[in-house]
Design a protein. Structure first.
Length: 216
């Protein structure tokens, strides 16, 4: 039963992300759009989750207008921290992408990990999607972690881990991603917002938002 659940999770994540990532009409990808149904089950407030989706959409739209098909940029916002990954043609485009992200309302910080390289192939992006799904399945399987506290982005084999987590959770998730269980991982980059154990207890004690309330 556990194996079947993990397989279903991996298949669902892969299919949803594959559709978004490999669309010929979407060279600039919005990191959180396909996950909007999960709005109530992570450690951000519902309002901040919606802000993150808005940041991703506005940034991606602006980059599409300014960079066009010459760039492949993934825009991922978590608790108003924006991560830019992918490929651009030159340093000017890299800087332009960062300024575009920084200019968006409510953005706290920008981590710019864009590389100046040719746009990645669909084959590479497919491998990255599978890697993300495999890492997600490992986090789900870890009994000492809340897997929905983490957002995972993979680019050219580099795994980025985001989330509001304690120091222990950050270390544990990093160890899992680096364990060698997923052979395609070349590097793990931590883009965490660290919280204390007391903050985690406070967050965990908050009532579920209406979307997450169980149905009678």
């Amino acid at each position: 039963m556990k194996h079947n659940l993990q397989s279903l999770l991996l298949s669902g994540l892969t299919a949803a992300t594959l559709f978004a990532s490999l669309s010929a009409c979407a060279p600039l990808i919005v990191g959180g759009a396909v996950m909007s149904s999960l709005v109530a089950i992570d450690r951000r407030t519902t309002g901040i989750q919606l802000e993150d989706e808005g940041i991703e959409l506005r940034t991606a739209q602006g980059l599409r207008q300014n960079l066009g098909d010459s760039a492949h940029v993934n825009v991922t916002s978590y608790n108003r921290m924006v991560l830019l990954t992918g490929e651009v043609g030159n340093a000017a485009d890299r800087d332009r992408a960062e300024k575009m992200a920084q200019s968006q309302e409510n953005v706290k910080s920008v981590v710019n990990d864009l590389v100046i390289e040719p746009v990645s192939s669909y084959t590479q992006r497919s491998k990255d999607i599978i890697t993300t799904g495999q890492i997600r399945a490992l986090l789900v399987d870890a009994k000492d972690l809340q897997s929905n506290a983490f957002k995972i982005v993979t680019e050219r084999g580099v795994v980025y881990l985001m989330g509001r987590v304690t120091a222990r959770e950050a270390q544990r998730a990093t160890e899992i991603a680096r364990s060698g269980s997923v052979s395609a991982v070349t590097k793990v980059v931590r883009v965490f917002e660290t919280i204390t154990d007391e903050e985690l207890k406070r967050i965990s004690a908050q009532p579920l938002s209406p979307q997450a309330q169980p149905k009678s």
